[in-house]
Design a protein around this ligand. Structure first.
Ligand SMILES: Nc1nc2c(ncn2[C@@H]2O[C@H](COP(=O)(O)OP(=O)(O)OP(=O)(O)O)[C@@H](O)[C@H]2O)c(=O)[nH]1
Ligand SMILES: [Mg+2]
Length: 294
C-alpha cells in the first residue's frame, strides 16, 4: 500500500483564522484562539494521521512588520514555514485586501510549492461579496487554487483536506502515528494561561506577557502546576494582579478549567507574577522561551 506524508503550512495575516483551521483539522485545541491579533507566537505542529497518510500541519504567527525582537523571531517561524512546505495554505479573510508584508506576498505568488488560497469566514459574507472576493484573489494569486471556507463552522474544511491528501508526495511518516504535536505539555499550559490574559486584559498588556511553567507534577489523581506570569514592567504587574488579586484569580480559574479538560485530570494551578524587564527585546530571554532559533 502506498503512503503519503508531508508538511502543510498555514500562513496569512493576523487574526484571519489560521489556528481555528488547524484545530479543526486535528480535532484538538492545540493552538489558542482569540479575537486579538498576534495570538499565535510560535510555529506549532498539528499532526493528522491515517492508515495511509500523515499530514503535518503547521500553525504560524500572523504576518506583521516586526517592531521588536520577539516579533522578529515570530517572523522567523513564518519564514521557516515557507522553506519546508509541501503544500502552502495561504489564508485570507473576507474583506481583506493584502498581506502586510510585500516580500512574503511575493514568496506566495512565485511559489513553486502548490498554494491553496483559503478565503475564510465566508459565514460572514453574502454570495455577491463572495464572488467578488474570489475574483479578486484569483487575479492577485494566479498560482493558487481558491477554496472559500468557514474554519469556524467547518464549511469546506473536509474538501480542503481531501485536496491536501491529493497533493502530498508519497513518503513514509515523519512522526510516530500516535503523535499529535511537537510541543511538550508545558507549552500547552503556558498557552492556556496566555489565552486568558489575551481575553481579559487590554492594549499592550497581553503582548508584554510570557508564561513559564516552573513545576509540573503529575500524581495519580491530580496534576500540580506552578506557573509564572512574566511582564515587562512593575505597573503591568499591578494590572495583572488587579484589585485584591481578583483579575489574576479569574485567569487562574479559567485556565484551570481548560487544563482539566485538556489533560482529563484534576488540576491544581498556582500562578504568580514576576517582572522580567524588557524580555521581549532580550535575545537570551527569547531563546529561553523557545522563540529564538538563531
Ligand atoms: N465568523 C468567523 N470567525 C472566525 C472563523 N475562523 C476564525 N474566526 C474567528 O477569528 C478570530 C481569530 O481566529 P484565530 O484562529 O485565532 O486567528 P489566527 O489567524 O490564528 O490569528 P493570529 O494567531 O493572531 O495570527 C477568532 O475570534 C475566531 O473565532 C470563521 O470561519 N468565521
Ligand atoms: Mg493563531
Amino acid at each position: 500500500m502506498s503512503h503519503k506524508a508531508g508538511f502543510v503550512n498555514i500562513i496569512g495575516n493576523p487574526n484571519v483564522g489560521k489556528s481555528t483551521l488547524m484545530n479543526a483539522f486535528v480535532g484538538e485545541k492545540l493552538s489558542i484562539i482569540t479575537s486579538k491579533a498576534q495570538t499565535t507566537r510560535h510555529r506549532i505542529l498539528g499532526i493528522v494521521n491515517g492508515d495511509d497518510f500523515q499530514v503535518v500541519l503547521s500553525d504560524t504567527p500572523g504576518i506583521i512588520k516586526p517592531a521588536y525582537e520577539l516579533q522578529e523571531s515570530m517572523m522567523d517561524f513564518v519564514k521557516s514555514a515557507f522553506e519546508d512546505a509541501d503544500v502552502l495554505l495561504y489564508m485570507v479573510e473576507i474583506g481583506e485586501k493584502e498581506l502586510k508584508d510585500e516580500a512574503f506576498f511575493k514568496k506566495i505568488t512565485s511559489s513553486e510549492t502548490p498554494v491553496l488560497l483559503l478565503l475564510n469566514k465566508i459565514d460572514t459574507s453574502n454570495q455577491e461579496q463572495l464572488e467578488e472576493q474570489v475574483q479578486l484573489w484569483a487575479e492577485k494569486v494566479p498560482n493558487a487554487e481558491i477554496f472559500p471556507i468557514s474554519a469556524l463552522e467547518g464549511f469546506n474544511v473536509q474538501e480542503v483536506f481531501n485536496r491536501i491528501i491529493e497533493l502530498l508526495p508519497e513518503s513514509p511518516a515523519f512522526y510516530p502515528k500516535d503523535q499529535l504535536t511537537d510541543k511538550p505539555e508545558r507549552f500547552f499550559i503556558n498557552e492556556t494561561i496566555r489565552e486568558k490574559i489575551l481575553l481579559h486584559y487590554k492594549k499592550e498588556i497581553p503582548y508584554a506577557v510570557e508564561i513559564e511553567t516552573e513545576e509540573f507534577l503529575e500524581e495519580e489523581n491530580i496534576i500540580r502546576i506552578r506557573a509564572v506570569i512574566m511582564v515587562e514592567r512593575d505597573t503591568q504587574k499591578g494590572i495583572i494582579i488587579g484589585h485584591k488579586g481578583a483579575a489574576l484569580k479569574r485567569v487562574g480559574m479559567e485556565a484551570r478549567r481548560d487544563l482539566e479538560a485538556f489533560f482529563g485530570k484534576q488540576i491544581h494551578l498556582e500562578t504568580y507574577v514576576k517582572v522580567n524587564k524588557n524580555w521581549r527585546s532580550n535575545q537570551n530571554q527569547l531563546r529561553r522561551f523557545g522563540y529564538n532559533q538563531r
